[in-house]
Design a protein around this ligand. Structure first.
Ligand SMILES: C[S@@+](CC[C@H](N)C(=O)[O-])C[C@H]1O[C@@H](n2cnc3c(N)ncnc32)[C@H](O)[C@@H]1O
Length: 271
């Protein structure tokens, strides 16, 4: 691996233990995405696959089962607390063909490359320089290798995400509407933008497939964790919390939260 992970804002975010400690609750809501991701990736027994931003490693373990003992799966993530979850799961699964490694996919090379396939379930939207990052990711593939990843469609098609509710409480000037998207869940929401990033990074045969599902779970108390990093005074925090509760109530029917979630499965090839 080249160099130490970048201590960027994203590094700090994903290495906050309080934030990651809620991951096991959040992760199941991404579950329905895996089937479409694996259908697009078409893993074969014996292949070597890299899972970028593998988080708690569930998708890496699923990939390891698909490629079998003659293949291998490597999970790569910037977050040590996430990798702790992944390694704990790997021990429980006792699979001999899984590796988890810490590093920044924007600038570093994970072990075990080059790979036949790269995959990611919502782990590739957090790059400060997406063209440089996807160029680095493409270089982890053997010639003719392929990538498939899931990324969220626009915020307007993912009203479950509370970021828009909290936007008015954020400090600083509003974002320039003409500026490229900032790293975050919706950074690759625009099809034309993402296509241009992948093409500039050297990928070919780029295609997009739109998918959606409704995620349902029992209503629960609103988690104010997102507010903690916003440095709000007590009164403003209370107002923001009330907005979050109203937002959750707007998605709740008969005690069940119903969230409409829409995402892309993007596929491309290395040459
Ligand atoms: C939304 S989570 C998705 C986790 C996992 N793929 C899943 O679906 O359960 C995003 C993940 O990307 C990781 N991540 C963000 N920036 C990264 C980077 N530059 N290099 C590697 N991983 C990164 C985060 O640490 C986090 O685990």
């Amino acid at each position: 691996m080249a160099g130490a992970p970048q201590r960027s804002g994203q590094w700090a975010q994903w290495n906050r233990r309080e934030f990651v400690s809620r991951w096991r609750d959040v992760e199941p809501s991404n579950g329905p995405v895996s089937e479409t991701l694996f259908a697009a990736l078409k893993l074969q027994p014996g292949e070597h696959v890299l899972d970028i931003g593998c988080g708690g490693g569930q998708t890496t373990l699923d990939a390891a089962e698909r490629v079998g003992a003659s293949g291998a799966a490597t999970g790569f993530d910037i977050s040590e607390p996430m990798l702790e979850i992944a390694r704990e799961r790997a021990r429980a699964h006792a699979l001999g063909n899984v590796t988890f490694a810490a590093g920044d996919a924007q600038v570093e090379s994970p072990p075990n490359g080059p790979f036949d396939a790269v995959m990611s379930r919502f782990g590739v939207m957090f790059f400060a320089d997406p063209v440089a990052a996807f160029t680095n990711i493409r270089r982890q593939l053997r010639p003719g290798g392929r990538i498939a990843f899931a990324s969220w469609q626009a915020l307007g098609k993912n009203q479950w995400f509370p970021g828009a509710v909290l936007a008015k409480y954020r400090h600083g000037p509003p974002p320039d509407p003409g500026a490229p998207p900032q790293p975050g869940p919706f950074a690759l929401a625009g099809e034309d933008y993402t296509r241009s990033i992948l093409a500039a990074a050297g990928f070919t045969d780029i295609s997009f497939h739109a998918h959606g599902y409704e995620w349902r779970e029992p209503a629960k108390a609103v988690d104010g964790l997102l507010l903690e990093a916003m440095n709000l005074d007590t009164e403003t925090k209370a107002r923001a919390m009330a907005d979050l509760e109203a937002h959750a109530a707007s998605m709740t029917v008969d005690g069940v939260i119903r969230q409409e979630r829409n995402y892309w499965i993007v596929t491309a090839a290395n040459g």
